[in-house]
Every structure is written in structure tokens, then in C-alpha cells.
Design a protein around this ligand. Structure first.
Ligand code: F6P
Length: 486
């Protein structure tokens, strides 16, 4: 088999671009889009995604269910947008995928605080999640018509039931599914009704390969298959699940960042201008966090720890600023809207408690602006990444890549990035507020030699692989497995 000759089909909920009302487009946001953009601009692929905005829906209708070419700054893409019924999409995105699956896969719900699962949630699965999966599966099947043994790469937690639908229509397709978020242990999954759970796992097991960011998510997935399903055989050593006479390979492929792209951004004129603005207002030390305003990111505990640090080390008063750039996200989900309110409230409390007439300890910026984040990346002394759970966390890689002050990373042991970078960061338990506060102090008082050693160690690991390697590792496994079965 030579999959290079076959056009690759990518499918994800969020696509590479979103269209505005004026017909113009902007780049999609988030780790998944960043990772796949590299692939889509370097290989012949068709990227199928949901229509997310009115502008996307108009584009989907205009293109009449076919793919079209997009010429963007970072490459050209062949894109196909799929419009779903708005009510079904709302159930899919705002009730089932987020919060239900997202919460389960970040331990935001466990058995003690799980929501009541009622008709509303089950219907959101049946008439929301599955409808969007069916719509996208139909587009995939149309796109691979006439191609022998096509390769389809499915992405993330939005599309767990899609592979079974494609498999049914095209038993010869090679289905590769990458999950960008953590895979939690079996008990976390018991929140889901049994029928829904089974459909999700059987949907996923229709793939040939399932990929995760880390070995521990891979391990958790294998454990879940063993404990939650009764018709599978799991080989932990080989990372194989046998289901319905087929073998599913379960693998770990940690996602790297595109170092060249982030360095390019770091040298842009706008970043330069934003940096000058930042430096004008700079105190002696800068602590930084950049995140989506998501419960899994543990933003509140980060501020509580900073509060404690200032209380225990008053000598830092007026000498340090904590810049928190948070991008509002999924604001139609009540839990997220409420979280934003709690963030604003705690910032007000900490600023009131420690601030002085000419010093505001925490600067909260609620915005999505990569260049502004990069300007701050270049100048931080401490980068705080204290997520409760996080699939990978690309901020932990982007920051050290462009930082120019040998800044210290404080990194949660529960991020995927920790498996690679933990050794050179200050590793923290994200629930331990005292440890977080102590780490802020340790980072701010660390000697220059130690800062340099850690910063250089981080950069060496971060640059050791790039997104091209990530794709090549997956393609190599696709080849190997297809060869074995051929
Ligand atoms: O894998 C998680 C992810 O899909 C990332 O790409 C991104 O960080 C985030 O979730 C985006 O979420 P949404 O598409 O809901 O904005």
C-alpha cells in the first residue's frame, strides 16, 4: 500500500477557517487546528468540518456539498463544510460534547458530583451528537467514493460514533482516530448510561488505529475497554484491542509545536509593537498564563495561589504582575459562563486585597489574540500552566520556545506536556495551592544559572520533534498496519 498516492481525508468538528458575514475568513483556533494545518498544507488532503458560523453555513450551501480551495497565509487547503440542523448541533456541542464528554474526560465530573443523566442528555446524544456524526460521516463517504482503500483521519471527542458509520459503508477504508484530550480511567466513564457508553466505545473500535498524546491516556483507554466492554480482548503489552474479528492498535503520539511558525510570529511587527507596550508597563517580574477560560485549566486555583504567595511574601508587593490572558470559550454552556464570572470575581478580590494606588497585581485580559500572547511569552519570568487535566497543553511548549528571559515554567503533573517537559519545569500538583504558591516564589528567586539550564532543557526537547514528525509517525503506523493486514 502507498497511502501517499491516496488523497487523505481529515474530519473534525472545527475546521481550518471560519467564515464571517462578509464572506471573509479567519483561521480556526485551538490545538487541533494548529496541528492539522501543517498536514493539510503539505499533503493533498480534503478537510471535512462542521459549519460553525452563519458565514460557514452560507459557504456550505454555496459549495453545494462539495469541497473548495482556501488560500490562507500558512498554506492552501481543500475544505468541505457540513451544515447540520441548528437544534441538533446545539445539542451536540452545548449539551453532549461539552460539557458531558469534555467533563468526563477531564475528571470534572466523577461519580460523586456527576449530573443527573435524564432524557435531556440522552436525547442530546441520540438527536444531537449522533446526527452531527451522521452528517459528517455521510460527507466522508461521499468524499472517498471511487477511491480504493481510502485513508480517513478522524479527530477528537466530537466524532466517536462516526467511524462505525464509515466502516459500515466502506469496510475497506483505513480509519485512524486521534483523540486530542485526556482519556480518563474507567470509573469516570460510568457516569454515561450503559447504552450510550457502548455506542461510543464501539464507534471508536471501528477504527484501525486510535492515537493519544500520552502513554497514560493510552493505558487508560485499554483499561476502559477491558472493564467497560464484555466482548473485547485487550493486549496491554502490544496495545491492541480485539473486537469483532478486527484488531485495533492503540498508540501514543505526543503533539509537538511548529517552532518555526511561532518564531515567525514572535518576529512580526505587531508583536514588536505589543511588546514595547508591555515593557512600558512592566514591573520587575512578570508571571504569565495563557489559556481558554475552561474549567479544566484550573484558573481559580492559580489566582488563589498567587494571592497566597503575595500574602506570604510581602516583599514582592509592587514588584510582580500576573498577566492572565484568557480566551472566553463555549459561553453558551452554563458551566463555562459561570466560570468566567467566578474568574472576574476572584481577580477583583485579589487586586483589592493586595493592590496599591499604582499597582494592580493581576491584569486580566479576556481575549483571543495570539500575537499579544506571543509578546507576553517573550517576556515572562514565570509561565504558569496549572491545568487540572489537559490533553497536551501547547502553551507549555510555545512559551519556552520564544521566551527571551530564561523564564521558568511551572507545569501541572496532569498535563500531557508533563510527560515530556516535567524534568525541566517546576512540576506541581495542581490541587495543592501551597505548592503552587511556593513554586511561584521558587521560580522568582531562582538563580540565573539554574534558570538557563531549565530553559535550555525545555527548548531542546520542544525542538526535537515537529508536527511533520508527528504526522510521519502516524503515517508509518498506518502503513505498517495496512501492510500486516494486506
Ligand atoms: O482537543 C481539544 C480541542 O479540540 C483543542 O483543539 C482546542 O484547545 C479546544 O478543544 C477547542 O475547543 P472548541 O472547538 O470547543 O473551541
Amino acid at each position: 500500500m502507498s497511502e501517499e498516492r491516496r488523497p487523505l481525508v481529515l474530519v473534525s468538528n472545527r475546521g481550518p477557517v471560519t467564515f464571517g458575514d462578509d464572506g471573509g475568513f479567519k483561521r480556526g483556533t485551538g490545538g487541533l487546528v494548529t496541528a492539522l494545518t501543517g498536514l493539510a498544507s503539505h499533503r493533498e488532503v480534503v478537510w471535512i468540518a462542521s459549519a460553525l458560523t452563519d458565514g460557514d453555513a452560507r459557504k456550505a450551501r454555496e459549495s453545494d456539498g462539495t469541497s473548495f480551495r482556501i488560500e490562507a497565509d500558512d498554506g492552501d487547503f481543500q475544505v468541505r463544510l457540513v451544515e447540520s440542523d441548528p437544534e441538533a448541533y446545539d445539542r451536540f456541542y452545548n449539551i453532549f460534547a461539552n460539557p458531558m464528554l469534555w467533563f468526563i474526560q477531564h475528571y470534572l465530573w466523577d461519580l460523586s458530583n456527576a449530573p443527573d443523566v435524564r432524557r435531556n442528555e440522552i436525547e442530546a446524544f441520540e438527536f444531537g451528537y449522533n446526527v452531527v456524526n451522521e452528517d459528517l460521516a455521510k460527507a466522508v463517504v461521499e468524499e472517498i467514493e471511487g477511491i480504493d482503500e481510502p485513508v480517513v483521519m478522524v479527530h477528537d471527542y466530537h466524532l466517536y460514533t462516526l467511524p462505525a458509520l464509515v466502516r459500515r459503508a466502506r469496510p475497506d477504508a483505513f480509519l485512524h482516530h486521534f483523540v486530542h484530550i485526556p482519556w480518563t480511567q474507567p470509573d469516570a466513564w460510568r457516569v454515561l448510561p450503559r447504552g450510550v457508553r457502548r455506542e461510543i466505545y464501539e464507534g471508536l473500535l471501528a477504527n484501525d488505529i486510535i492515537g493519544f498524546h500520552t502513554r497514560s491516556y493510552r493505558w487508560n483507554f485499554l483499561q476502559c475497554c477491558r472493564d467497560l466492554l464484555d466482548n473485547v480482548e485487550v493486549d496491554f503489552e502490544a496495545g491492541i484491542v480485539r473486537f469483532e474479528d478486527r484488531e485495533v492498535w492503540v498508540r501514543a503520539y505526543p503533539l509537538p509545536i511548529d517552532a518555526k511558525a511561532i518564531r515567525r510570529t514572535a518576529q512580526s511587527a505587531r508583536v514588536d509593537e505589543l511588546e514595547r507596550e508591555l515593557l512600558r508597563r512592566r514591573r520587575e517580574h512578570l508571571v504569565l498564563r495563557v489559556d481558554r477560560a475552561d474549567l479544566s485549566k484550573n484558573v481559580l486555583r492559580g489566582f488563589t495561589a498567587f494571592d497566597l504567595f503575595l500574602e506570604q511574601h510581602p516583599e514582592f508587593s509592587e514588584r510582580v504582575t500576573f498577566v492572565a490572558q484568557l480566551m472566553p470559550s463555549r459561553t453558551d454552556v452554563p458551566e463555562y459562563a459561570e466560570y468566567l464570572e467566578r474568574i472576574e470575581a476572584i481577580v477583583a478580590v485579589v487586586n483589592h486585597r493586595h493592590g496599591t494606588p499604582d499597582w494592580m497585581p493581576i491584569q486580566l485580559k479576556l481575549k483571543d489574540d495570539l500575537e499579544e500572547a506571543v509578546a507576553a511569552y517573550k517576556n515572562y519570568d514565570v509561565l504558569l500552566v496549572n491545568a487540572m487535566f489537559d490533553g497536551m497543553n501547547l502553551v507549555a511548549k510555545e512559551g519556552p520556545m520564544v521566551n527571551e528571559r530564561h523564564g521558568v515554567s511551572i507545569l501541572s503533573e496532569n498535563t500531557g506536556a508533563h510527560e515530556e517537559l516535567g524534568e525541566f519545569a517546576l512540576s506541581v500538583n495542581p490541587f495543592d495551592i501551597q505548592e503552587l504558591a511556593d513554586s511561584i516564589h521558587a521560580a522568582l528567586t531562582m538563580g540565573p544559572g539554574e534558570r538557563a539550564r531549565r530553559a535550555e532543557g525545555l527548548q531542546a526537547i520542544i525542538t526535537s520533534r515537529d508536527p511533520g514528525d508527528w504526522i510521519d509517525e502516524q503515517i508509518a503506523d498506518i502503513r505498517k498496519k495496512a501492510g500486516v493486514e494486506a
